[in-house]
Structure formats: C-alpha cells, structure tokens
Design a binder for this molecule. Structure first.
Ligand SMILES: *Cc1c(COP(=O)(O)O)cnc(C)c1O
Length: 333
C-alpha cells in the first residue's frame, strides 16, 4: 500500500485545531541517562491520548454523505473516534464486550457516542462492528491499520523533528504499529540517519513476534501494566506491519518489573502521571537495553489509567496481573 510523507503533511492540515500540537519537555532522567532526554506529552490531548490524531484525520477525510463510523475499542481509540465523530457531527457507534469496565463505557458515552455492548470477548465486539458496517453502512475505523490513521499519528514525528532537528533517537511505544510506523516515516524522510526504536512489553508483543516470523502472527494476550499495548496486529494486516518492518531500526521488549520502576521514576522525578504503555521507552533506557547516543525523545502516549493501580505502584505495593505478580518495590532515586 502506498504511504508517504505527503499523507502526513496532509494530515497535519486536516487535524489542526481539533487535535493539538503537544509540548516537548526535558525529563530530569536525562542526567542519569547521560544524554538529553525529551518527553512528547500526548497526555495533554483533549482525550488524554495521541489516538485522537489518527481518528480525526480518518473521520475528517470521509465523504460528506458518510452514514457514520464505528470501531471496537475499550480504550484510547474508542475515545478518539467518539471525540472526532462529535467534532465532525457524524454518528459514532463504539462496540464493546460485556467485559468492558463501566468507567470506560461511561467515558465514551460522555463524548456523545452510542455504545453497543455485545458478547464476552473483543472478537464478539469486532463482529458487531462488522455487522454494523454491512447492515447500516457505517465505516469501521481501524486503530492502527489504515493510512489515514497512520498519517495522523505520524504528525507527532513532524512536530518532533521541527522542534529538534538534532534528535538522534526516538523511542516509540509499539502495539499495532500505527504510531511507530507513522512517526518513523515522518522522521526518516526528514533525517534518514535518525534511529527509531519500537518498544513493547515482553508478554504478548504481537508486532515483534510477527516481524521475527516474517508475517503477521497471533500472540496470546495477557494482562500487562502496559494494557494499551495489548492485542494483535491483524492476520490480514495491510500497512502497519510493512511500515514497522521497513522503518524501525530495532524492537526492544521490557518486563512488567521494568515498566513498574519506570512508572515510579517518571512520577517521582518528573511528576508525570501516565499509563504503563507510555513508559516502555523510559524502561528500555533504565534497564540498559537501549543506550542513548545523543539527544533523544520518547512519546508519553496516554494517561487513561486505573488510578488505584497507579497509587499501589507509587507506594511500592505488589500488583497482581492475572497469574503474574509484579513484586512491590519502594522507589529509590
Ligand atoms: C494505542 C496506544 C499505543 C500504541 O499505538 P499503536 O499504533 O497501536 O502501536 C501506545 N500507547 C497508548 C497509550 C495507546 O493508546
């Protein structure tokens, strides 16, 4: 599938005024890391996460007579689609399973979207979205495997390189690869020598397993502190797999214990509250898995987290993730 910097430049014009250009701020962790370390704060987007960029770009690029949009997401993508649809004045139906937490359902409803609750799994919710496409002519907005979505996320790469043309490395949280693919295309078209590293948790890293296998594969989804990075890349992936395979210099995996410590570090050192998914880049450097070789940036992708879990981690308590216990650890600078 054809995808280029021109898509990302067009996305920037389309999303301006709805999704924000976000601040890039220095982290005090840079002293410890031996290089300047910058944080791109997507947590200040109106929905608290970068996914608004891709959703706005996709929904504002639909024809004027569009019947409405749908998607299956309990997380940041569902919020982004709901917000963007309201901004464009089109109907949105977000499909979720009965397992979706009530707070997340309420969050999406508060953005004006209809929530349809079906079945006991993500697959059942996806089947409902597909039924709405077939029966009501709604357009299904993919969270990562759509050129307009990838282009929207890629605008972060433009902003990073414009603010800091001297960036040496960008560390990107990686799940379905829409973010990493878009950011890598933008950054490397501007500076072909820049290093772009994707980072996932070591339990259920679908893009990493797929690139190793040479084609999209399924992985078992298990609970993680980086819950926004869970889920597959789609066995019929059209775009994000190819972009990540071609443009990422490396994929690094971090453990739940490393994510736990990185959440503490970014809170105690930089006073930032964010999801586990955001700190995988911090965790990769803290653990020594990535060495910084010049000014570097990571993307603090979202802040829609369970504050009780966050409070437990800040207090150094154990966190139970299904059958895995992340051992508590008091923060020491
Ligand atoms: C979706 C998401 C990611 C990963 O983005 P992909 O495009 O799926 O790789 C990272 N962090 C947060 C908070 C997200 O919601």
């Amino acid at each position: 599938m054809d995808f280029s910097l021109a898509h990302i430049l067009a996305a920037r014009r389309r999303i301006a005024g709805i999704a924000d250009a976000t601040p890039l701020v220095p982290s005090s962790l840079g002293d410890r890391f031996g290089a300047e370390f910058l944080l791109k704060l997507e947590i200040v987007q109106p929905i608290g996460a970068f996914k608004l960029r891709g959703a706005v770009n996709a929904i504002f690029n639909l024809p004027a007579d569009v019947a409405g949009v749908t998607c299956c997401s309990t997380g940041n993508h569902g919020r982004g689609v709901a917000y963007a649809a309201r901004a464009r004045g089109v109907k949105a139906v977000i499909c979720m399973s009965h397992l979706a937490p009530t707070a997340k359902i309420a969050g999406v409803r508060a953005l004006g979207a209809e929530v349809r609750i079906v079945g006991q799994s993500q697959d059942a919710a996806q089947a409902e979205a597909e039924r709405l496409v077939a029966e009501s002519g709604l357009t299904d907005i993919s969270p990562f495997d759509d050129p307009d979505v990838v282009a929207g996320q890629g605008t972060i790469g433009l902003e990073l390189l414009e603010a800091r043309p001297d960036l040496d490395t960008i560390l990107v949280p990686l799940s379905g690869g829409g973010l990493a693919g878009g950011v890598a295309v933008a950054a490397k078209r501007i500076n072909p020598d820049i290093r772009v590293i994707g980072i996932s948790m070591d339990r259920g890293a679908a893009m990493h397993a797929s690139i190793q296998a040479g084609h999209p594969v399924e992985v078992e989804e298990v609970p993680s502190l980086a819950d926004s990075l869970g889920g597959g890349i789609g066995l019929r992936n059209r775009l994000s797999f190819a972009l990540c395979r071609e443009h990422l210099d490396q994929i690094v995996l971090v453990s739940e214990e490393e994510i736990y410590r990185a959440l503490q570090a970014i809170y105690y050192e930089d006073r930032i509250v964010c999801e586990g998914a955001c700190v995988v880049g911090v965790a990769a450097v803290m653990s020594g898995k990535v060495q910084l070789t010049g000014p570097s940036a990571t993307i603090i992708t979202g802040r829609n987290l369970d504050m009780r879990v966050h409070a437990d981690i800040m207090a150094g308590r154990d966190v139970v993730l299904g059958d895995h216990i992340v051992k508590g650890h008091r923060y020491e600078p």
